[in-house]
Design a protein around this ligand. Structure first.
Ligand code: ATP
Length: 263
């Protein structure tokens, strides 16, 4: 099966304000298959966001290629939708207006739009809040609106850069379970950055552990914890074993570079 997303010998070098070259990603190759839930883990500054930004087409590799269905991504790629840590909603639009925004841009008819928007608002459990403005919603609800907006736009790949990092622990747990449900229902390919080993173990079908800068792949670990997955999986012995494997892989990188993921 050919991968939906791929990186082929990708290097990305930035030039910082002092005119120094920073190699953020070094000779990285990776295949991601349709329906996978990939979590990228690694020390701060190891190039995780840089990889996601290249898959979204926001930036281009210095050398090598990033590919969607075997075609080089050379400009912003609408088939790859990005969600950031901050919610980035239009404050002057209601929940419905925000979710509908991408569909309007696509020229979809009003009736079709309404139906589709209603489906995605229901999927993220926000029925009844259609006419509320972002400022009237909690952080978790706002992030659910951004997820509904992205799903309504129907990208093939969801790129998520620490989307739950700003949420309190309980909301985060609810959002993680919702994302698992959405992934199961939609079968979308997801690439998700997190600093939390627990979050990565709960969500992923495969974990990619990065080495400290310059970013390379240190290990690829299939996550064989049972699915459908629930928070309670964290109490199983299998979970404990996998967590200590991942932690030991990350530990040396963190010692070399600082800034540990949450244990
Ligand atoms: N636009 C830029 N200009 C200069 N340097 C950059 C730029 N973007 C990223 N870098 C550098 O590239 C390296 C990788 O950054 P990146 O944001 O990809 O890391 P990260 O793993 O996502 O970090 P974190 O976990 O802290 O979010 C860092 O050293 C960063 O300072």
């Amino acid at each position: 099966m050919s991968p939906i997303l791929a990186a082929r010998k990708v290097t990305k070098t930035f030039t910082n304000a002092k005119e120094q070259h920073v190699v953020a990603v070094d000779d990285l190759s990776l295949d991601i298959h349709e329906g996978e839930f990939i979590c990228l883990l690694g020390a701060s500054g190891c190039g995780k966001s840089t990889i996601l930004n290249m898959f979204a087409g926001f930036i281009q590799p210095t050398s090598g290629e990033v590919l969607l269905h075997g075609q080089a991504i050379v400009k912003v790629e609408p088939r790859c939708g990005m969600i950031f840590q901050s919610y980035a909603l239009f404050p002057w639009k209601t929940v419905r207006g925000n979710v509908e925004f991408g569909l309007r841009m696509k020229g979809m008819s009003r009736a079709e739009r309404r139906e589709r928007v209603a489906d995605f608002i229901a999927m993220v459990n926000l029925r009844g809040f259609e006419d509320h403005y972002p400022a009237e919603l909690s952080g978790g609800m706002q992030q659910r609106v951004t997820i509904a907006r992205m799903l309504a736009a129907d990208p093939e790949v969801l790129l998520m850069d620490e989307p739950f990092a700003a949420l309190d622990a309980m909301t985060r747990q609810v959002m993680q379970e919702e994302l698992l449900r959405i992934h199961q229902q939609s079968g979308k390919t997801i690439v998700f950055i997190t600093h939390s080993i627990d979050e990565a173990l709960l969500l992923s079908s495969r974990l990619i552990v990065m080495s400290a800068r310059p970013g390379r792949i240190k290990a690829v670990i299939p996550n064989e914890l049972p699915v459908p997955r629930h928070i309670a999986v964290q109490f199983s012995p299998q979970y404990g074993e996998l967590k200590s494997t991942v932690w030991s892989l990350i530990e040396s990188e963190v010692r070399r570079h600082g800034a540990a993921p949450d244990r």
